[in-house]
Design a protein around this ligand. Sequence first.
Ligand SMILES: [Zn+2]
Length: 252
Amino acid sequence: MPILEKLVQPGQARRWTDSIPLEYHYTAGVAGEEFRRELRDNGRFLVSKCSKCKSTYIPARMYCPSCFIEMKDQFPMDKPGYIYSFTSVNQDRSGTETDSPMTVGLVKFEGVKGGIVHFLDVDPDQVSIGMKVTPSLKNSSERTGAITDIRAFKPVSTGPSRVSVESEKVERQVVGAGENPARLLLRSIEESGYPIEEDEMTISSLRSKISRGELLTREEDKLLHRLGDKAREWRKAVKTSSETEPGDTLSG
Ligand SMILES: [Zn+2]
């Protein structure tokens, strides 16, 4: 039936089932392509920095979402990431049960906005929020510029690094093995020393829900992570001020 012809009787409508073969290509965009090229050629992550608000983003992107201006500064980043959140996955993309659960996490980098979601090559009993991780990459000859050039993120093995000794110590005390991420995050907020007064109501409702083992809603989860960020910032600020000579500190 030609496309402009109209049905005059509803009874003329017919349906049939078949499939249409479609192929499509996903384009990563200008900055996305540069990110992938840097990953493939040099095994590094490219980040973009906004000249106005000084925010740095991973993966590299063309525009600052806060200032709406083009970000021309891009540079590779070498610092390790940390696990911001993680979960266990029992099915692959087609919904087929996998032989063993896979651990997937959101890896963020100190002082950088955004992050990378990827597999974690960490023993499920050992994985914890805040754990320092580094990418495990395919050999350069095997890399194609795909995100799968990263095999997984694995724990930083070379002992506690200079910058992380302090926070690592705190995190180690805070986290236990095999506990649920929300509970760990809540505890790290409570133990950070961050003054929770203004968020006390929110925290206590989250706390009772988590202690009952209930799942948080998307909104609550977001809230918890926002508080986690505040606590993290707080801990960093406390650490920085304790390292600063009194003379360096601005009064008022
Ligand atoms: Zn900006």
